[in-house]
Design a protein around this ligand. Structure first.
Ligand code: PFF
Length: 468
C-alpha cells in the first residue's frame, strides 16, 4: 500500500499492490476472447500457423501498444477521454473512439455471459440438454431464440459486474481479481490435463503445433491481429484507465510483459483444453466450427467423456470467471469516463449506463433469435427491414473497425503528439527503472504499429472472418 498519495489519486482510487494491478489487468485481458473465441480462431485459421502469427503479433505489436496505453493513463491520471484532452484539447475525439468499443462490447458480453450462467445452471441442477439427434444444437438454438429468458440471464450477469464496480478499484475490482484469477488458471490447467490425456488427443496437439506454410496468409495475419487486440484489451480505453490507477513506483514495462504473457498463456491453454477434445470426439471437421462450438459442440463432447458432467461444469465455470473479470473492466472503463467527464458519482454514472447497455444487449439477444428464423413481428420495422445481423454487425464493427482505430490513435498520439520520449520517461518513472528496449519500443510505437494497424484496417473491410 502506498503511504503517500496525492489528494487527486486518492479520490479516484489506486491499486493497492503490484500483484493486484497485474491480476486485475490480466483479468480484463483474459476473457471470452481467450476461451470462447481463441480456440475457435485457431481452428478456423489453420492451427500452428495462426498460433505462431498470434504470438509474434502479441510480442511485437500488442505489448508495445499496451505499454503506450498504460503510460498515457499513468501520466495523465485520467480516463481515456480525459487523458487525451489533458495533453491536447482537440484530441477528445480519439478518446471517444476508444470508449465506443467497450460500450458496444459490454452490451453483448453480458448476453454471452448470461448464456454461460444458464449453462452452469443446467449442469448444476442436473437437468439435461433435451434429447434426440443434434440435441445440443437444438438446445442452444431454442434457448437463444427466446425473447426474454436470455436477456434476463444477461441482466443478472450485468448486475454481478455492477456490484463489483460499485465497490471501487482496490476494494472491488482488485480483490475479486486476486481471488478469481488463480482459480481460473487452476481450472484451466485441470481441464488441459484431462484433455491431452484422452486417447487420440495427440492428433489435436499435433494440429496446433504444426505450422503449415500455406496457412501463413494475409487472412491469418489479419485474424491474429484482430484477435490479439481484442484479447489484450488494447484500443478500448481499459488500459489507459487501469494505467491511471497505477502508482509511480510500479514498473510499467514489466507489468505489461506479465499481462501479455498471462493472457497468451490462458489463450494457448484454452486451445489445448478444447482442440484435442474436439479432435477426439468430432474429428478434424469439428475444428472449423468457430465460436459457437463452446455452446453447441462442447457440451456434446463433454457428455461423451467419463465424468463429462463435471468437466462441463468446470468448463462453464471457467468461462464465467473469465467473462466476469473482463466485463468488470469494460464497465469500469465506461464508468470512469462518465463519472470524471460529467462530474458524477460512480454510483450515478453506473446507473446511467445501465439502461443503454440493457437496450443494446436486448438488440443483440433478439437479433440472435431473429437470425434463427424466428418471427418476432415487433422486432421488424421500416417496411420489413430487419435488424437481423445486428449481433454480427456489433462484433465486426468493434473487432474490425473501432478497436484497431482506437489502438492506432493511441499509438499516433503517444508516438508523435505527446512524444515517445516523454512516454519513455513515464515508463522509467523518472529514472527509477531502466527500460532497456526503449529505442525499439519508440520505433515500433511511431512507425511499425501504426503501419501494421493501418494495413489491418484496410484489410478487414474486406477480409476478417466472424466467429459466432
Ligand atoms: N479482452 C477481453 C477478452 O479477451 O475477452 C475482452 C475485453 C476486455 C474487451 C475489455 C473489451 C474490453 F474493454
Amino acid at each position: 500500500m502506498k503511504k503517500e498519495k496525492t489528494k487527486h489519486t486518492q479520490s479516484r482510487g489506486q491499486w493497492a499492490s503490484k500483484m493486484g494491478f497485474v491480476l486485475a489487468a490480466a483479468g480484463s485481458a483474459i476473457g471470452l476472447g481467450n476461451i470462447w473465441k481463441f480456440p475457435g480462431k485457431v481452428g478456423l485459421y489453420g492451427g500452428g500457423a495462426f498460433l505462431l502469427c498470434y504470438i509474434l503479433i502479441v510480442a511485437f505489436i500488442g505489448f508495445p501498444a499496451m505499454l503506450a496505453e498504460l503510460s498515457l493513463g499513468r501520466h495523465t491520471q485520467k480516463n481515456v477521454v480525459g487523458a487525451f484532452t489533458k495533453l491536447r484539447k482537440h484530441w477528445a475525439v480519439a478518446g471517444f473512439i476508444n470508449v465506443i468499443s467497450p460500450f458496444i462490447i459490454m452490451s453483448y458480453y453480458c448476453i454471452v455471459g448470461g448464456w454461460v450462467l444458464k449453462y452452469i445452471w443446467v449442469y448444476l441442477s442436473g437437468a439435461n440438454f433435451g434429447g434426440g439427434a443434434d440435441q445440443y444444437q437444438t438446445y442452444f438454438n431454442t434457448f437463444v431464440q427466446q425473447p426474454i429468458e436470455p436477456l434476463l440471464w444477461g441482466v443478472f450477469f450485468l448486475a454481478l459486474c455492477v456490484f463489483v464496480v460499485l465497490r471501487g478499484v482496490s476494494g472491488g475490482i482488485e480483490k475479486v481479481s486476486k481471488f478469481l484469477m488463480p482459480c481460473l488458471f487452476i481450472l484451466l490447467v485441470a481441464i488441459v490435463v484431462r484433455a491431452v490425456t484422452l486417447p487420440g488427443a495427440m492428433e489435436g496437439v499435433k494440429y496446433m503445433l504444426t505450422v503449415r506454410p500455406e496457412q501463413l496468409s494475409a487472412d491469418t495475419v489479419v485474424g491474429a491481429m484482430g484477435q490479439a487486440f481484442f484479447s489484450l484489451s488494447v484500443g478500448m480505453s481499459i488500459l489507459v484507465t487501469y494505467g491511471s490507477y497505477v502508482p509511480k513506483e510500479e514498473n510499467l514495462a514489466k507489468s505489461a510483459a506479465w499481462i501479455c504473457a498471462l493472457d497468451t498463456l490462458a489463450a494457448v491453454l484454452a486451445a489445448f483444453a478444447i482442440i484435442p477434445v474436439v479432435f477426439v470426439t468430432l474429428g478434424a471437421e469439428g475444428i472449423g466450427m468457430g465460436g459457437s462450438f463452446a455452446f453447441m459442440a462442447l457440451p456434446e463432447v463433454f457428455a461423451s467423456l467419463p465424468a463429462g458432467g463435471l468437466i462441463g461444469l468446470a468448463f462453464f465455470l471457467l468461462l464465467f470467471l473469465a467473462a466476469l473479470t473482463s466485463a468488470i473492466s469494460i464497465l469500469e472503463g465506461c464508468v470512469a469516463f462518465v463519472s470524471e467527464e460529467f462530474h458524477l458519482s460512480r454510483v450515478k454514472s453506473t446507473l446511467i449506463l445501465l439502461a443503454p447497455l440493457i437496450l443494446l444487449g436486448a438488440g443483440y439477444s433478439l437479433s440472435q433469435a431473429a437470425d434463427r428464423g424466428i418471427n418476432l413481428p415487433w422486432f421488424d420495422f421500416a417496411g420489413g427491414f430487419r435488424m437481423l445481423p445486428m449481433w454480427d454487425v456489433m462484433e465486426r464493427f468493434t473487432d474490425n473497425f473501432t478497436i484497431p482505430l482506437g489502438a492506432l490513435l493511441v499509438c499516433l498520439f503517444v508516438g508523435w503528439v505527446w512524444g515517445a520520449k516523454n512516454a519513455t520517461l513515464e515508463i522509467q518513472s523518472g529514472g527509477m527503472f531502466a527500460f532497456k528496449i526503449h529505442k525499439a519500443w519508440e520505433f515500433i510505437v511511431r512507425f511499425i504499429a501504426p503501419a501494421m494497424i493501418l494495413i489491418i484496417l484496410f484489410c478487414t473491410i474486406g477480409l476478417g472472418k466472424g466467429l459466432s
